[in-house]
Design a protein around this ligand. Structure first.
Ligand code: 3HC
Length: 311
């Protein structure tokens, strides 16, 4: 029977059909989905910190309202993704426990500091831009709940990217000091944004299997290249330079050539050695502990309701 079920699963994947929570699936498929979806959810929640840092210091009410909406969206993205992970039989409090104890990852990009308000624009432009390139193919992931969560998230991400780019266009038509702030933020976020796509394909232990299972539709390097190709013209339109002297159009390839990111830095940040790793995880841990009383009260209330047969 197990072989028959395996056969059904493989047929479904071969025919590009969606796998749903009640379908039989190989344990490896379930495990890699929990791994990727949980870490994606963690990234959304941790990602609220660098931007949240500027909520009280936004330069106008309009900018504050936009940033507030974006940070709230990230929280929502995290909740959709924890719900998608829970269809695989894990529980979000268990996943949060793994995050705060360093047993699960979150995107390296959020371990860098947001030093000026221009960082808020560059995060929208580059970080959300990279997230869109990475997430649009995930809308076609073979696992139904993940793909469906991605469809809604991608719609909201395009607002995130547009608001960031519009903020930068405004600053670039401002004073020389504002233009310098945008260039400084671009210089600091360019390479970490390229690292969001993961290690080079040759160093990516999960890519081959994830592609065979229809979880990943493109390799890390393919998506990184796509992001570079679409971002160079945006930088030109903005009037900023990108910090890579090796960035040049290659007409044979029909793509931009660019230098190798610093993979030693990438590995260091993944091991917890980035500028903000400790504070990000500490902040998440203390927020979780501070919120324990709310979870307990809600659970007690639900138990009373159930006892009264009202639930
Ligand atoms: N940061 C942290 N860890 C990373 C990473 C990064 N930028 N890139 C790769 N890794 C980790 C992988 O998780 C894996 O470790 P693990 O086996 O312990 O999970 C290891 O490095 C090797 O990488 P692989 O390429 O083999 O791993 P994957 O096949 O999982 O590919 C990925 C990595 C491309 C990030 C893929 O997991 C993915 O597409 N995840 C979903 C997208 C996502 O997580 N995006 C986060 C961006 S931030 C965001 O979305 C918020 C937005 O609103 C701004």
């Amino acid at each position: 029977a197990e072989r028959e079920l395996q056969g059904h699963f493989e047929d479904k994947i071969a025919r590009d059909q969606r796998v749903e929570p009640r379908d039989w699936m190989p344990s490896g498929y379930r495990e890699t989905l929990v791994r990727q979806i949980a870490q994606h959810a963690h990234s959304e929640i941790i990602g609220m910190q660098p931007e949240g840092n500027w909520l009280t210091r936004a330069p106008s009410l309009r900018r504050k309202a936009i940033l507030l909406a974006k940070v709230q969206d990230e929280a929502g993205h995290g909740l959709y993704l924890y719900s998608a992970a829970e269809t695989l039989g894990v529980d979000r409090s268990e996943l949060t426990g793994k995050l705060v104890s360093g047993r699960q990852k979150y995107s390296s990009i959020f371990n860098y500091p947001t030093l000026t308000f221009a960082d808020i624009g560059v995060i929208g432009w580059l970080v959300d831009g990279a997230a869109i390139v990475n997430q649009v193919p995930l809308c076609r992931a073979s696992y139904g709940p993940y793909a469906r969560a991605m469809i809604r998230i991608c719609k909201e991400e395009s607002f995130h990217q547009r608001q960031g780019y519009e903020l930068l266009m405004t600053m670039m038509s401002g004073t020389a000091k504002q233009r310098a702030m945008v260039q400084d933020a671009t210089d600091r976020w360019w390479w970490p944004s390229l690292m969001m796509f993961g290690p080079p394909d040759g160093d990516s232990p999960n890519t081959r299997q994830s592609m065979e299972w229809g979880i990943k539709r493109h390799t890390n390097d393919e998506l990184r290249q796509k992001f570079v190709d679409m971002t160079v013209p945006q930088a030109e339109a903005l009037g900023v330079s990108l910090p890579d002297s090796g960035l040049v159009w290659n007409s044979e390839r029909g793509h931009y050539d660019f230098s190798e990111p610093d993979w030693a830095e990438f590995r260091r940040v993944l091991k917890g050695g980035g500028p903000c790793n400790t504070q990000r995880v500490e902040r998440r841990r203390s927020a979780h502990e501070d919120g324990a009383w709310v979870r307990e009260a809600a659970a007690a209330h639900a138990a009373k309701q159930a006892a009264r047969g009202e639930a």
